[in-house]
Design a protein around this ligand. Structure first.
Ligand SMILES: Nc1ncnc2c1ncn2[C@@H]1O[C@H](COP(=O)(O)OP(=O)(O)O)[C@@H](O)[C@H]1O
Ligand SMILES: [Mg+2]
Length: 308
């Protein structure tokens, strides 16, 4: 199907006897911002490495824009021209200038000089770069470094770009700026496949896949995930009297709640034992202000991923 950017069927990756990725299937539409969420070690980076053609899968089938990644047909170069990749740790060479970094990548990609310079200029305008290409990377702020790394990943004009924790460790305003760029990329028709640990970023994805222990445990729009993981009402408990730890652990262990998690200085809870709830609610209301709230993606993540 031509409108699919990524198609994954029963993909598994084993390291020795260990399944880093365990029989996952999903697809990503062209122009979509697709979020990949999961705890550390869930298998996100391993999946991305397969999708970029960097790691052969143990089993399963992967296509990028209809081009098969895992066959012997010699599609390697086609895949590499379709995908851009901003990897989790490596961004740029710190001791080289911006121009030297970009020249180096253009060289690796064997880009024609004129096309490279033209696209480089377009991309620098796209990120509204106002500095000097002769700046050494180590002298740049974290936010500018990430943006230049994005330019590097887009130099060959790929149709899909994989961003693996692109905003880890940058300031909140740089994260916001980076996400404005991500939205523009998607509007221009590029597919963005992104991993993040920030729930405010995940909220901006068209769809999110939640990964845990090598498996996809849920995949939907942010609103869809909330509805799927929280079918029952969610309550916020704000303490109005000082509480001690044993009160809380008694409450948590009481069987009253199917979900009871600290959320800042408050608690988020869903009811399990409705009979007990109706008798205890007024007593609890002396200790807590209790409100009916909408789940956040953080609630979704805590309930579905962290509690596993
Ligand atoms: N080359 C490798 N050899 C052995 N184990 C690996 C290798 N790469 C990743 N792993 C393991 O696979 C699991 C998934 O890792 P990874 O895909 O990096 O997770 P994530 O990106 O979600 O944090 C982890 O347990 C990790 O230790
Ligand atoms: Mg990772």
């Amino acid at each position: 199907m031509a409108d699919l950017a990524v198609k994954v069927e029963n993909l598994s990756v084993k390291f020795g006897d260990f399944f880093a990725v365990n029989t996952i299937s999903f697809s990503v539409n062209k122009g979509e911002i697709f979020g990949f969420l999961g705890a550390n070690g869930a298998g996100k980076t391993t999946t991305i490495r397969v999708l970029c053609g960097l790691l052969p899968p143990t089993s399963g089938h992967v296509e990028i824009e209809g081009v098969s990644v895992d066959d012997q047909a010699g599609n390697d170069l086609r895949i590499k021209s379709l995908v851009g990749y901003m990897s989790q740790k490596f961004t740029l060479y710190n001791d080289l200038t911006i121009a030297e970094n970009l020249d180096f990548i253009a060289g690796l990609r064997k880009l024609k000089k004129a096309a490279y310079l033209e696209n480089r200029q377009k991309l620098l305008e796209f990120i509204a770069f106002s500095g000097s290409l002769k700046s050494t990377v180590q002298d740049l702020s974290g936010g500018i470094k990430q943006q230049i790394a994005l330019v590097a990943a887009l130099l060959h004009d790929p149709s899909i770009v994989f961003l693996d924790e692109p905003t880890a460790g940058v300031s909140p305003d740089s994260r916001a700026r980076f996400w404005a760029l991500i939205r523009l990329l998607a509007q221009s028709g590029k597919t963005v496949f992104v991993t993040t640990h920030y729930m405010d970023e995940a909220e901006q994805c068209g769809r999110i896949s939640l990964m845990s222990d090598g498996k996809i445990i849920a995949l939907d729009t942010p609103e869809g995930l909330k509805a799927q993981i929280f079918k029952e009402p969610l309550y916020e408990f704000s303490p109005i009297v000082p509480l001690n730890f044993s009160d809380l652990s008694t409450l948590q262990a009481s069987g009253l709640f199917s979900y009871f998690e600290p959320y800042g200085l408050k608690f988020h809870a869903t009811i399990q034992d409705h009979a007990a709830w109706s008798t205890q609610q007024s007593e609890l209301a002396q200790k807590f202000e209790i409100r009916d709230i909408k789940p956040s993606l953080e609630d979704v993540f805590i309930r579905s991923v962290e509690r596993k």
